[in-house]
Design a binder for this molecule. Structure first.
Ligand SMILES: Nc1nc2c(ncn2[C@@H]2O[C@H](COP(=O)(O)OP(=O)(O)OP(=O)(O)O)[C@@H](O)[C@H]2O)c(=O)[nH]1
Ligand SMILES: [Mg+2]
Length: 295
């Protein structure tokens, strides 16, 4: 019997820190994207494929929409733009506690061409923290933007995420599956390992450090012992940042190495030997060549 199937690309977009990656992980029921309380955590578009019943959803998590100031952010903006263009369904994530109708206006005017004619769903996230309801007059202003559905969710507490998923499925095109049923993501293991290390850097270090860091996996191989050997380079922009990462008597990098190794072992379900090096690459964030070659 031929099954009627639905399949489509659902692009998850919105401002930095709105909870896009947390939501992607909850929808996928798999931790694909790193999540952090600092903004600009996600730098690349990340594809996650969810196959259930008669539908396949190709979720695309994207970086937060911002005004680009340097080459890395230009790259992030392009990732958003491509993902919106490829989408069949758009899932706009807004932190309900920071809702600003002007933001909506800006996003719709900046990305009008990419989003035109596509079904849009608005997810008001972090509703677990919401003190006040959004005034009716404000909700009425939403009409102009033609969202098919408006859903209040908490990605963190997994509240209404299933309701949101059912809405998404309603708008998926009738189509054959694009990927095998067990296909999960377009990114290689190396990418996720670099992301795990970057997430630890976001958690352990403050100010400019996480934003000035790029993690490069130089080696990833299985040793005869069965352990996975990983050699990673932490690229930062300045000598002072190198000192901070390494820490007094190397304590900073030691902790970073231990915590990263544990998280990588968890991810790979294998024993890991991790070596970290810190390297300075002045102004890499603003180098077109570096971004092109590495991102
Ligand atoms: N209270 C609460 N916090 C949330 C919720 N969803 C996400 N967060 C938190 O918000 C922060 C940002 O979450 P992310 O998922 O990294 O946000 P993002 O939109 O992917 O951020 P960027 O990648 O930087 O654009 C994290 O500290 C999350 O734990 C929610 O529903 N409720
Ligand atoms: Mg993110």
């Amino acid at each position: 019997m031929i099954k009627d199937t639905k399949c489509g690309i659902v692009t998850i977009f919105g401002r930095p820190n709105a909870g896009k990656s947390t939501l992607t992980n909850k929808l996928m029921r798999y931790d694909l994207s790193i999540v952090n309380k600092k903004a600009q955590t996600t730098r690349n578009k990340i594809l996650g494929v969810l196959t259930e019943d008669n539908y396949q959803i190709i979720f695309t998590d994207t970086p937060g929409i911002l005004e680009p100031k340097y080459e890395l952010q230009q790259f992030m903006i392009k990732e958003i733009s491509f993902s919106l263009k490829d989408a069949d369904v758009l899932l706009h994530v807004v932190d309900v506690n920071r809702f600003d109708i002007n933001d909506l206006e800006l996003i719709h005017s900046s990305y009008g061409k990419q989003i035109e004619g596509k079904p849009k769903i608005l997810a008001f996230n972090k509703s677990d923290l919401a003190k006040d309801n959004i005034p009716l007059q404000t909700l009425e202003k939403l009409e102009k933007y033609d969202y098919k559905e408006v859903v209040f969710i908490s990605a963190l507490k997994n509240k209404n995420v299933d309701v949101l998923k059912s809405s998404i499925v309603n708008y998926l095109p009738d189509a054959a599956f694009l990927y095998d049923e067990d296909y999960l993501t377009d990114r290689p293991e190396k990418f996720f390992i670099a992301e795990i290390i970057r997430e630890k850097i976001l958690s352990f270090y403050s100010d400019e450090i996480p934003y000035s860091t790029f993690v490069n996996i130089l080696q990833f191989k299985e040793r005869d012992s069965g352990k996975i050997y990983i050699n990673a380079e932490i690229i930062i922009e300045r000598e002072t940042q190198k000192k901070i990462i390494i820490g007094r008597n190397g304590e900073g990098i030691k902790k970073l190495g231990q915590q990263s190794r544990k998280a990588i072992e968890n991810f790979l379900e294998r024993s890991v030997y991790l070596e970290l090096f810190v390297k300075i690459r002045k102004g890499w964030r603003d180098s077109e060549g570096f971004i092109k070659g590495n991102m």
